[in-house]
Each structure stands twice: as structure tokens, then as C-alpha cells.
Design a protein around this ligand. Structure first.
Ligand SMILES: [Zn+2]
Length: 230
């Protein structure tokens, strides 16, 4: 038996991390039977279905889009916790909400491939994993399929999109992606997932790459919509 004080303290901390119940969005500690804390109400920031129906995608290369929330707190916090703090429950929350809007808005769609916006190899190594791969795993299950995270490849590094305007964003991404030759996408429908949709230039460039390689239809889902720029 190990009777080491330090070890016991460590074990106690690990146990607390594993068994503490936290709000799915902001990670605040909660009583065991609660999922979301009082301050994390998301109803006010849901994107209404008629707003989605009013979008035109003709100049963006993709054919359809659905997204559950505007990019505002508490969902902004939730995405941050998922991306940068690897908070698993935040990812599950987002995936469940994305699946709900897919079932509502994409009932006529039949994706052959379910994929996400890729990262470069070096970025992926630095981060450990691409968070969107976790989202598409859940989404693919809802379609009774397997996700295909390596369908698209990012073939060169780009500047962070955050600091750029709409025109610069599109320029920055030109030719940054390619389709993995392992897959035949001719005549196929591809669903791509990203965390946040801002100007649509990332998904647009992915869609352009897929269409050039012969995809028939490209449909997009994201966790949140940064509406000021779309
Ligand atoms: Zn909360």
C-alpha cells in the first residue's frame, strides 16, 4: 500500500477533476443533477430558422448552411472552453445542438462524407488535436456514418483570420486546401463542420476545393454564427 501524502493529495485532485459536475458551457461547478447553470441561458441567442432560410450562398461555393447559435455568450465561452481548455462536455453540448438543427434543416440532405475544416500538420501537433474532429464524430453518428476527418488537407500555413478583413481573409486562404486523393468525391455530397462562421471565407474556400474536385453538393454546419460579418 502506498502511504504517501503527496500521492494521496494528487489522487484527491484527480478525483475532483473527474467527478466534479460542471456547467456544460461555462464550466462552473454545479450540483450533480444539473447540466447548465442559471446564467448560461442560450434561448436568446438561437439563430431563427427564417434567418437561415434567407441566406444566399450563390457566391460562396456551398449549397446549404445551418447553425444553432449566434456567436455570443454563453456559447462564445462554451466554444472557448472546448477549443482551448479541452472541456469535453462543451463539445458534447455543441455537437448535440448542431445535430438538432441538422435534423430540422437538413432532412433532405444525404451526405456521403462528413468532414471538418483541416489544420496544418504542425498546428495540429501543437494543439494536440483538431477539436472539430470531435464534433464530426458525434454528427456522423446521427447520420449512421463514420466521419472522414482527413478528406481535406491544409497544404500551407496561413495567417490567423482574426486580424484580417473580409477581402484579406479570402486572399489569405486561396489554394490553402486540397482533397485527399484517397477519396473519390465525384458526384458526392459533402458536409463540412467548423466551430464559428464569421465571413464564410474558410468554409467557402473548402467548398470551392471540393467542388473543383467534382463534389456535387457541399453543405455546412458550425457551432455559432458571427452575424456581424456574414
Ligand atoms: Zn454556465
Amino acid at each position: 500500500m502506498i502511504k504517501n501524502k503527496k500521492y494521496k493529495k494528487h489522487l484527491h485532485l484527480v478525483r475532483r477533476m473527474i467527478f466534479t459536475n460542471r456547467c456544460k458551457l461555462c464550466a462552473k461547478v454545479l450540483p450533480l443533477n444539473e447540466d447548465v447553470c442559471e446564467s448560461c441561458s442560450v434561448e436568446k441567442i438561437r439563430v431563427p430558422q427564417q434567418v437561415l432560410q434567407s441566406f444566399s450562398f450563390s457566391n460562396r461555393y456551398f449549397d446549404n448552411l445551418t447553425v444553432p447559435f449566434y456567436y455570443d455568450d454563453p456559447v462564445r465561452k462554451c466554444i472557448h472552453n472546448f477549443k482551448y481548455n479541452s472541456f469535453k462536455r462543451a463539445g458534447e453540448f455543441l455537437a448535440d445542438e448542431i445535430i438538432n438543427v441538422i435534423q430540422r434543416d437538413f432532412s433532405d440532405e444525404e451526405p456521403d462524407y462528413i468532414t471538418c475544416v483541416p489544420m496544418t500538420k504542425s498546428r495540429r501537433l501543437k494543439r494536440g488535436y483538431n477539436q472539430c474532429e470531435i464534433l464530426i464524430k458525434h454528427i456522423a453518428k446521427a447520420f449512421n456514418r463514420k466521419s472522414t476527418p482527413d478528406l481535406l488537407k491544409k497544404i500551407r500555413n496561413t495567417r490567423p483570420q482574426v486580424s484580417l478583413n473580409r477581402k484579406e481573409r479570402a486572399e489569405n486562404l486561396k489554394g490553402a486546401f486540397s482533397v485527399n486523393r484517397k477519396y473519390d468525391i465525384k458526384g458526392k455530397t459533402v458536409l463540412i463542420c467548423d466551430d464559428v462562421l464569421t465571413t464564410g471565407s474558410t468554409l467557402g474556400e473548402c467548398a470551392k476545393t471540393l467542388k473543383k474536385a467534382g463534389a456535387k453538393r457541399v453543405i455546412c454546419v458550425t457551432g455559432a454564427l458571427n452575424s456581424k460579418n456574414f
